[in-house]
Design a protein around this ligand. Structure first.
Ligand code: SF4
Ligand code: SF4
Length: 283
């Protein structure tokens, strides 16, 4: 019997498989990794072709037929895979991503709104011990799906294995946080008067692009504006990287090494481990 099997060591808990599974057979366990309900799984392989980390595969598995409900066999198998899913308001957050970049293009102060996408995943992970934001509300991930899958701008080829390897993911997270720290330091220099406001954005942390039109004065001090330029640079750079890997590989390849995804999965794993330890202590 063919069923989806997940390699939890490779899984980045992005939730892409869960979103696409027509049988709702996949759950993201405490923000740590995907878990397949073999009773519901019909082995259609949709999750395998969607998984950006190459972690879930459909394989021949031995299951006692008595363990399965009748709905997992026969014509039900085919009709269920074609069924659609109910849409929610948060399925359209990809529109917000476009609006965000458009607003920031004309007035860089709107870049501050990106802090919502920065803080909410952390709040969900720290307070709730889950990756619900990444799994359901990430407008950027949704935009990659719309561009890559719906508009067919992606080759939809598997990405090289190193992209979702632990060393690359945590290395990229460390690099990203270092760059974030540099951006905060630049903001501090403007705050302290040691440097003046620079109306430019930095693409790929390297190329300085003049961006004067995005700011013509306001009631806010210069450091607030400097942060806007820095944060917009960060958001635009990461989105451009996401678009490049979307075109080259599977549409949501970015999710397999997104620093926010890595950070929130790390938090969820620590929380889950602590919870399990606590439970065991009470036994
Ligand atoms: S193989 Fe199909 S039914 Fe099974 S978990 Fe993957 S998407 Fe869902
Ligand atoms: S990496 Fe993402 S798509 Fe792949 S199995 Fe894990 S949660 Fe599912």
């Amino acid at each position: 019997m063919r069923k989806a099997v997940n390699d939890i060591q490779r899984c980045v808990a992005c939730g892409v498989c869960a979103l696409q599974c027509p049988r709702e057979a996949i759950d993201i366990y405490k923000g740590c990794h995907a878990v397949v309900d073999t009773e519901k799984c019909v082995g259609c392989g949709i999750c395998e072709s969607a998984c950006p980390a190459g972690s879930i595969r459909v394989e021949e598995v031995i299951i006692n037929p008595g363990d399965l409900s009748p709905s997992t066999t026969g014509t039900e198998r085919r009709s269920r895979t074609a069924s659609g899913k109910k849409k929610h308001w948060y399925d359209y957050l990809w529109i917000w991503t476009i609006v965000y970049f458009a607003l920031g293009f004309f007035n860089v102060l709107f870049a501050w709104l990106g802090m919502i996408d920065f803080l909410l995943p952390l709040i969900f992970a720290i307070a709730g011990g889950n990756k619900w934001f990444c799994n359901h509300m990430c407008g950027r991930g949704q935009l990659f799906r719309v561009l890559g899958k719906d508009l067919k701008c992606s080759r939809r080829k598997p990405a090289p294995g190193w992209i979702s390897s632990k060393w690359f993911r945590y290395g990229f997270l460390a690099f990203f946080m270092t760059m974030f720290g540099t951006m905060i330091f630049q903001t501090y220099l403007v705050f302290s008067g040691a440097e003046s406001l620079k109306k430019a954005i930095k693409l790929f942390w390297t190329f300085k692009v003049p961006w004067e039109w995005a700011y013509n004065g306001s009631v806010f001090p210069d450091w607030v504006v400097q942060f806007g330029f820095g944060f917009y640079s960060l958001m635009l750079t990461s989105t451009l990287i996401g678009i490049i890997v979307m075109a080259l590989y599977k549409e949501r390849t970015w999710c397999s090494f997104c620093p926010m995804g890595t950070m929130t999965q790390g938090i969820c794993k620590i929380k889950a481990k602590k919870g399990d330890l606590k439970k065991n202590c009470h036994l």
